[in-house]
Design a binder for this molecule. Sequence first.
Ligand code: AP5
Length: 194
Amino acid sequence: MRILLVGPPGSGKGTQAVRIAEHFGIEHISSGDLLRGHIARATPIGQAADAYVRRGDLVPDGLVMDVLRKPVEAASRAGGYVLDGFPRTLAQAEAAYHVAKDLGASVQVAVSLEVPREELVRRLLERAGVAGRSDDREDVIRHRLEVFDKVTPPMLAYYDRREVLLTIDGSRPVAEVTKVAIEELERVAPTLRD
Ligand code: AP5
């Protein structure tokens, strides 16, 4: 199964991706985690990406594709993936589709997590106090949310047109969101197209 998790910063993409991947026995791949790993190791990709991440801006598509290509191909061969954080623009979704379709690696179902804005800000400010992520500062959190509002709706419309979009209320407790997401994914699994 090849699943995409979409949602604004703080909606629970990472949290739910881990749980869904474990349930289906597939890989969890996070574009944000991979980029933060490159930044921590100060690789050439990390050095190029660092300022974008700190500002809460999107990292250029070429760098993101370079980071993801191998893990996505490997996970597809091994039975599937839960991809968290990529694609997040229509351009990325279209580019990813063209690269992935010949490999049988394209997204089969996109799960969109919806959470009210004030709850997103509350969660991220709470994490800012403990996790030390360079982009969990209030001004940057608000900018990340603005970037999401600007660039991601056309991508959601694209997956809706392809009839692969599942929308889930992400505002409930973690275990409840997981339960609903897994039930919905089990329900659509027999209908998914390669
Ligand atoms: P990325 O790492 O993808 O971050 P994000 O989209 O800002 O999302 P977060 O990781 O903050 O939140 P999440 O939705 O995963 O929620 P989480 O589970 O962590 O991207 C970071 C940066 O990398 C981008 O800004 C960009 O610069 C770059 N980047 C990444 N992908 C890119 C791409 N494709 N193209 C270009 N640039 C890219 O939960 C958040 C908090 O809420 C946690 O503390 C969690 O414990 C809590 N929580 C989760 N669920 C619940 C719940 N149900 N109830 C209560 N609390 C909850």
